[in-house]
Design a protein around this ligand. Structure first.
Ligand code: ZN
Length: 140
């Protein structure tokens, strides 16, 4: 399933030390009425909660890391879930010893963060429960 979109506008911003990334992005999307788009960002965090989807059990395993880390890559998309703008975000982080961790982003406390949201023009994807995976995926 593929849809065509055009870029409507590109928004860039930053968050401040102590702010939480996912809730701040949700608030930003609602304020700007963005229901379709791409998210990216770089920066550093002091704490993060990420998830790994265990495919056999069909459930997320989550883990919290309380240490300073660099955001090497934060990437996501925006669609609609339950009638609201919904960001789905993944993140790759590096630790002090340069080892990396990553996963589905639940929350992250900012040390510094710069991000972009590319708003797309067109009919947004909507999320719906998918029996095969146990996930809320884009419905056709
Ligand atoms: Zn995910």
């Amino acid at each position: 399933m593929i849809k065509n979109f055009n870029v409507k506008r590109v928004l860039q911003g930053r968050l401040y030390k102590g702010e939480e990334i996912v809730s701040s992005i949700v608030k930003f999307l609602k304020e700007k009425s963005i229901t379709s788009g791409l998210i990216s960002g770089i920066g550093a965090v002091t704490r993060v909660k990420i998830g790994y989807y265990e495919q056999r059990e069909k459930k997320y395993i989550s883990h919290e890391f309380n240490e300073p880390m660099e955001i090497l890559s934060l990437k996501g998309n925006v669609s609609i879930k339950d009638g609201e703008p919904f960001p789905h975000i993944h993140i790759v982080l590096s630790k002090e010893d340069f080892s990396c961790i990553g996963g589905h982003l639940y929350e992250a406390e900012v040390f510094a963060f710069e991000f972009e949201v590319i708003e797309l023009d067109g009919i947004s994807f909507e999320r719906d429960f998918d029996e095969d995976t146990g996930l809320f995926l884009w419905k056709s």
